[in-house]
Structure formats: structure tokens, C-alpha cells
Design a protein around this ligand. Sequence first.
Ligand code: DHB
Length: 510
Amino acid sequence: MALNASASTRSSTGGGDTGLVFDPDAWTKLTTTVTDTEGTEHAVTYHFWKAITYVAKPVDATYQSLNVSVPVEIDGTAVDASDAPILFANSVGGYMPSSVADATGVGGASMGGGTGGGAPSGAPTASASASAPGANGNTNATGGAMNTNQLLALAAGYVVVEPGARGRGLKNSAGEYYGSAPAVIVDLKAAVRYVRSNKGRIPGDTDRIVSAGTSAGGAVSTLLGASGDSPLYDKYLREIGAADASDAIFAVGAWCPITDLEHADGAYEWNWGTNTLSTGKQVDQSVSKDLRAQFAEYQATVRLRGLKGSGFGTLTARNYDAYLLKQYMEPAATTHLAALSDSERETYLAKNTFITWDGEKARFTWADYLTHVGARKKSVPAFDAFDLSAGENNEFGSATTANRHFTAYGARNDTTGLSTKRVESDIPELLNLMNPMYHLVEKVNSKRSRHWWIRLGTNDTDTSHVISANLAARAENLGDEVNHLYYWDQGHGANTDPADFITWIAEVTG
Ligand code: DHB
């Protein structure tokens, strides 16, 4: 990416009473070449605004700032993006801090501690690499996927806003943690509010903000969509001096969202309970069984119907395997096989004899699918670990306690010496603040997004496939438009149809 002569250098967020007034002239002009998914190169010239602090009272501006990229010329033709959709692309991974402060252009965010700004010892290690492993073995495959979205969006003439956000592990000089839940979602909401309150100054249509993120970033993207304008966040937004504007967004893009965390342990065991770990060992089957029973109970109470056309009524622990198979896994394999040449398909089918191919459709059993995926990534419980070692234990930490339990079952079986054997009293509210399902099930938020793009790899064992399928079912049951597909044989963080996402944005915002 080449840095062109700039018309003006960046200044800090301009005047105004709140200090939250975007300076339309403070851009740097950049050029980049975007290779589209057909292999065609596009020359894109864009205006780039860097590291704009989006709250009046930042806790840590390293994270609470955003970048804006606005295309002005594509393949030699001038473009006017003043009414274009806005891709709001976070780079959250592993629920860790994400910063755009050092980015030199679109898609250049860093995760895992960013650059100084009080990042303490004990915080996640600084890393500019999008594939850096997280503190508890969470691997962030986030960067590549999201980067592609941003570049393709720019080449399509959209505005790209890239917010940073606080994340777990950040510790101040007083030794207090300041990035655990709900900091990430509060920051992203504040960033949306900043963009909307600067309508007309920041190019783009603030009524067509489309959020995107992968994994933990996918989770907070769905949460942003589900929780638009929820009063639950007001006190947190006030504390950091967020702009006074709506934080509702138009549409959600989410890749492998790691969400619904308080139900994720049960759903995980229902899905992957009998798969061995990469060591070849099975997890404790009595714990797995307890959790599976919890999933069955939850699923029975939430009462979700299968997607339209699936032929499935209420989804339960008994029919969910058949549902996932028919609705997602077999269609994914079918798409994959149909795209191969005859000889490639023959080779693939010879290696994967569990698949029956009738010339049009792939069919297989759930048990064979599980065997095909192989090792489960996580131990048991996958999210609220008895020894508090999961990243999510850290995400639900407090200012003074690094890692905490967030489920009754996790707390009851604690192995770290927790005398109460109960979750702390603030946990229930934190769970609501972090869970899109709360805003779609317990509340039916009328300010939610009505368009949902959800993607997952069939080999992804970072969470249960039920998590996304439940979210999709609930959104569609409420009448929203849902576009949810799986990528066959792909793992965590995959994004193999980014051009389709860009087209979908045009369709839903058009
Ligand atoms: C991510 C991955 C996980 O397995 C998890 O539990 C949380 C986050 C991630 O890649 O962002």
C-alpha cells in the first residue's frame, strides 16, 4: 500500500463542546490495490482518518479510537461515498484488546494488547499479527478474513470504519483490570454513537451501518446488532463520555461467533462431547453428560423453530443433530462437491467414503460427520473451566479478580479454592450485557438489526454449532432476514465467500 502525498495531515478530533466532532478535512490520501475474488485488480484511492478517539472520557485511547476509510476514486473513476453503506469492522479476537492506533491504512488493526497505553505485565502480549494465539490457547484467525472484507468493501465504494476496543487482561497502574466484560461492547457502541453523531461530517449513510467481526469479534458483532439502543448500557456509556446518539445498527456480519457463553458449555458437550481431544483422550464423560443435560433443558425452554423450509418445528436436543445435518452440513458438502471437477470429486469421495453422492446431493450421518471433523479443540467445560483457565473466565473477571466463574455449574465445581461455590452477584447482569440472545429472547429488542449474515466452517470446534444455529433461528423466528451458511471442511475463522458478503450488503441496504 503506497502512501500518497497527503492533502492534509491528521489532527486530533476537532473542537466542539464534547470534543467528539469529526474533522472532515483531517484525512491522509492513500492508494491501494484490491484484488477481487475473481483475481481482477482494482486501484482504489481513499481518504484515511487515523486513530480518532471516539469518547470524551477515554479510559485508554489506544483502544477507544477508530479509523475511517472513504473511497474517492476506484479504477480511475471518481466516487462519492457520502451516502454509501458503512462497514463497521471490528478486529476483536479472543475477547482481547484491539487497537487501530498503529494502522497505516485500511485493515491494519492489531490485537492482543496493542501498543503500550498502560498495557501491563500480565496483560496479553502485544502483537501485530492477526494470527497470534490468545492467552489461553484461543487462536485468532481473525485478521485475514476481516481484512478481506474491508478491502473489498472499499473497492465496492463503501465507507469502512474500524473501531478499536478494550479487552480482557488490560490492567492500569493501580493494578485494576479495565477491559473485561462489558468493556468491549460498551466501546463498540460508543464508536457507533460517535459515527452517528457525526452524520454529514463522516461520509456514509449512518442508517446503513453493517457490523462485521470474527469469533469473539463475531460475537460482539451479533451483540451490537441485537442490543441496539438497549438502556442496559447507558450507565457504562455515560461513564466514558459516549456521544449522545443511537447505537442501533442496520445489519450484522458474523463469522464463527463465540457467543451465548452461559449456554455454551452444555451446547459444546451436546455437539462434541464424544469427540476426543487432539491427545486422543476423551474428556470426563460424567461432566460432559451433566452439561449435555443442561443443554437439553435450556433448548427445551427457549423454544426455537427451525429455519423456514427446513421442515423442522421446535428444535430440541433430540432433533438438533438431524437439523444441523439437513440445514447446514449436507448443503455445505453439496456446494463443495458441486464446485469440484469430476475427477476432483471422485478423488474426494474416494477419500471420504462416509459421503453418499447421488450426483446432486451429499448425504451422510451425524456420527460420521463428527468422526470426519475429528478432535475437539476444547476441554470440559469448554468455557467456564473448573480451574478458571478459559479465556471466558478472564472475560468475566472483575476489576480486582482476573478470572471468575460465570455459570452455577462452573462455580459449584470450582477447583481453585472458591469458598462460596457460587458466581458473584454482578455476573447475571454481565451475562445479559454480553449475550445477543438476551436481547432477542428475554427482551425482544425492537431496535435490533433485521439482517443477519452468519458464516462458519464445518470443522470449527471452538464452540458448538448450536450457538449460531440458535441465533439464526431466533432472529428468523422474529421475522428478520437471515443468511446463514457453512463452509465445508473449513476451520475457525474461515471466510470463503467475502464477495458474496459485499453483494449482500448492497442487497440489504439497497
Ligand atoms: C475466540 C476463540 C475461542 O475459542 C474463544 O473461546 C473465544 C474467542 C476467538 O478466536 O476470538
